[in-house]
Design a protein. Structure first.
Length: 511
C-alpha cells in the first residue's frame, strides 16, 4: 500500500468560497477537528492577505498539534517573511509558495517572460528554505501549462530546495485521462523527482476535481490537496471525504491508503458546514443527508436482507451513526461532562465547564431532551462566539395573522442597557430592526439561514446570518429552542464580530 498524504486547504482555498468569512476562533475550531480527523497538513491561510488571516494562522500554529501547519505565500519577499512569521510556533511547519506557469497567466497577469518566472520560482524556494526545511512549490494553472515548461520549472524548484511539488488544475479544465498522463510525464521527466512528494490540487469547474485527483494518484502523486465538503474558489476543490473514501473503498484498485480516521468525516463535514454557512447538498457523496438513505422499495428490501446489496460503505465507517445520547434537565454536571468527552470534546478547565453547563441547563429547562447534535451545536456556538460587546437581555415579540409584528428588545451595550421597539414584515424582521436601533448599527443582511439541529418540533433552532458593512463581511450564529430568539442571537453575534473587526477581506494581487 502506498501512503497518500492528505493536505487540507479548507481554511485557505475553502475560505476563498464566495461569501465565507471565518473568524480566527472558528478557524481554530476547524483546525482542531482536522487534526482529530488525521490530515497530514493543514493549510491554515494566506498570512499576507490581512491581519485577520495572519492572526488565525499564528493561533493555529500555536494551538493545533499533530499535522504540519502550512501557510501560503506568493513568490514575493514580504509574503514569504509573513508566512514564516505566522507558522513559527508550529512544531512542524511548511511554506507553500506559488507562481503561475500557463502562457495566459504569465503574459496577461504576471507580464513576465517564462525565464523570469523560472528565476523567481527558484529564488522564492531558496528564500523560503532559509526559514523552514519543508517548502512546497506550486505552478498555478499547471493544468493549462506546457508540460516541458513544468518539467523545467519543477527541476529548478527541486534544485533550489523544494520538498513537495504541487501540480494544480487551478481552473478545473483537466479531464482524468489527460491529467493522469500529465502527472505521470512530469514525475518521469523532472530531474530530482525521486527526492520530493508529488502533489495535486484540483478544482471542480467541470465536476471532475475528485476523479482528476484520483487519476493523479494512479499516475504517482503522493499528496492530494482537498477541502471538506469540496468548498473552495468558484465551484470548489476536490472533496476530502470523496477522495479519502474512494481510496479506502477501492483500495483493491488504488493500492493506496491515507492516515485519515474516517469515523471523524461526518462530524468534520457538519462543523465546516455550520461555521462556513455552506450547506451540504442532500445528495452529496459520503456526507449528504441522503447518502445512506434508501427510498425505493426494492432497495429497502435488499438492504434489510443484506446491507451490501445497495451499500458500498458502512455509515458507521464515516461516523454517521454515533450512539444517540440523550440528556435532560435532571442530568448532572458529571453526565454532561461524560457526554461531551464521548463526543470528543476536551473541556478547558472549570470556567468553561461552568459556562457550558449553564447553557445546557438553560436549554434543558425549555426542551425535554438534549441530543448529541444539540450538544455539538451548543459547544461550537459557545466556543466560536465573538466577545459580547452587545448582549441580549430580553425580548418580546407579538405577531399573528392579522397583526403587524412588533418586537421589543433589551440589550446590554458597553455603557448602558437599552430598550427599543420596532415593527417589521415578520417577527424576525421586527427583532432585527429593534436590535439595530438599540446598538446603533444597521449593516446589510446578506443572508439568513435557519435549520433544526435534529428532526421534530422539539429541535433546537440554529440560525446563521451574514452581514456586510462596506467591504467587511461577518457571519453570526445563534441557537435556542425558540427560532426567533436563535435569530436574535445570531444577529447579535454577527454585530459583535463587526465591532470586533473580525471577518474583513482584502483583494490580494499577483506578485
Ligand atoms: O488553485 C490553485 O492554483 C491554488 C494554488 C495557490 C495552489 O489554489
Ligand atoms: Zn486552488
Amino acid at each position: 500500500m502506498r501512503r497518500i498524504k492528505i493536505f487540507d486547504t479548507t481554511l485557505r482555498d475553502g475560505e476563498q468560497s464566495p461569501g465565507v468569512a471565518l473568524s480566527p476562533d472558528e478557524k481554530v475550531a476547524i483546525a482542531k477537528q482536522l487534526a482529530r480527523l488525521g490530515v497530514d497538513i493543514i493549510e491554515a491561510g494566506f498570512p499576507i492577505a490581512s491581519p485577520g488571516d495572519f492572526d488565525a494562522v499564528r493561533r493555529i500554529a500555536e494551538e493545533v498539534e499533530g499535522p504540519t501547519i502550512a501557510a501560503l505565500a506568493r513568490t514575493a519577499k514580504a509574503d514569504i517573511e509573513r508566512a514564516a512569521e505566522a507558522i513559527e510556533p508550529a512544531a512542524k511547519r511548511r511554506i507553500h509558495t506559488f507562481i503561475a506557469t500557463s502562457p495566459v497567466h504569465m503574459e496577461k497577469k504576471l507580464r513576465m517572460t517564462p525565464d523570469e518566472v523560472v528565476e523567481r520560482a527558484a529564488w522564492a524556494v531558496k528564500f523560503a528554505r532559509g526559514f523552514v526545511d519543508d517548502v512546497e512549490f506550486s505552478a498555478e494553472d499547471a493544468g493549462r501549462s506546457d508540460p516541458d515548461f513544468l518539467v523545467r520549472i519543477f527541476g529548478e524548484a527541486i534544485a533550489a530546495g523544494a520538498t513537495t511539488i504541487n501540480i494544480p488544475d487551478t481552473v478545473g479544465y483537466q479531464v482524468p485521462w489527460k491529467f493522469g498522463e500529465l502527472v505521470g510525464y512530469i514525475i518521469e521527466n523532472t530531474p530530482g523527482a525521486e527526492k520530493v512528494d508529488w502533489s495535486v490540487h484540483t478544482h471542480d469547474d467541470l465536476g471532475m476535481a475528485t476523479v482528476n485527483s484520483l487519476a493523479a494518484v494512479r499516475a504517482g502523486a503522493t499528496q492530494v490537496e482537498c477541502t471538506v465538503n469540496g468548498i473552495g474558489e468558484r465551484a470548489g476543490n476536490a472533496s476530502l471525504e470523496e477522495v479519502v473514501m474512494a481510496l479506502y473503498t477501492r483500495r483493491d484498485f488504488f493500492e493506496a491508503e491515507t492516515g485519515i480516521n474516517t469515523r471523524e468525516l461526518y462530524r468534520t463535514s457538519q462543523l465546516v458546514s455550520r461555521l462556513t454557512g455552506m450547506v451540504v447538498p442532500p445528495n452529496k457523496a459520503v456526507v449528504g443527508r441522503n447518502a445512506f438513505a434508501h427510498e425505493a422499495g426494492i432497495h429497502q428490501d435488499g438492504v434489510l436482507k443484506a446491507r451490501e446489496t445497495y451499500e458500498i460503505m458502512n455509515a458507521e465507517t464515516v461516523g454517521r451513526e454515533a450512539a444517540v445520547m440523550v440528556l435532560g434537565k435532571h442530568s448532572g454536571r458529571h453526565a454532561f461532562k461524560k457526554a461531551l468527552a464521548e463526543l470528543g470534546y476536551e473541556i478547558k478547565g472549570d470556567e468553561e465547564l461552568k459556562r457550558l453547563f449553564a447553557r445546557f441547563k438553560e436549554i434543558a429547562d425549555r426542551k425535554k431532551q438534549v441530543s448529541s447534535e444539540d450538544l455539538i451545536a451548543l459547544v461550537e456556538d459557545e466556543r466560536t462566539r465573538a466577545p459580547e460587546m452587545f448582549k441580549l437581555l430580553d425580548m418580546q415579540v407579538h405577531s399573528g395573522l392579522a397583526l403587524t409584528p412588533v418586537a421589543t428588545v433589551r440589550v446590554k451595550t458597553p455603557d448602558d442597557e437599552v430598550t427599543e421597539a420596532a415593527t417589521g414584515d415578520g417577527p424576525v424582521d421586527a427583532v432585527y430592526k429593534a436590535i439595530s436601533r438599540a446598538v446603533g448599527l444597521s449593516p446589510t443582511l446578506e443572508r439568513y439561514r435557519i435549520e433544526a439541529t435534529t428532526g421534530g418540533t422539539e429541535a433546537l433552532g440554529e440560525v446563521m446570518v451574514r452581514l456586510r458593512q462596506g467591504s467587511v463581511v461577518v457571519t453570526g450564529r445563534g441557537i435556542a429552542p425558540d427560532v426567533v430568539e436563535a435569530s436574535a442571537r445570531a444577529y447579535l453575534d454577527a454585530l459583535n464580530k463587526l465591532v470586533a473587526g473580525v471577518g474583513s477581506r482584502e483583494v490580494v494581487e499577483s506578485p
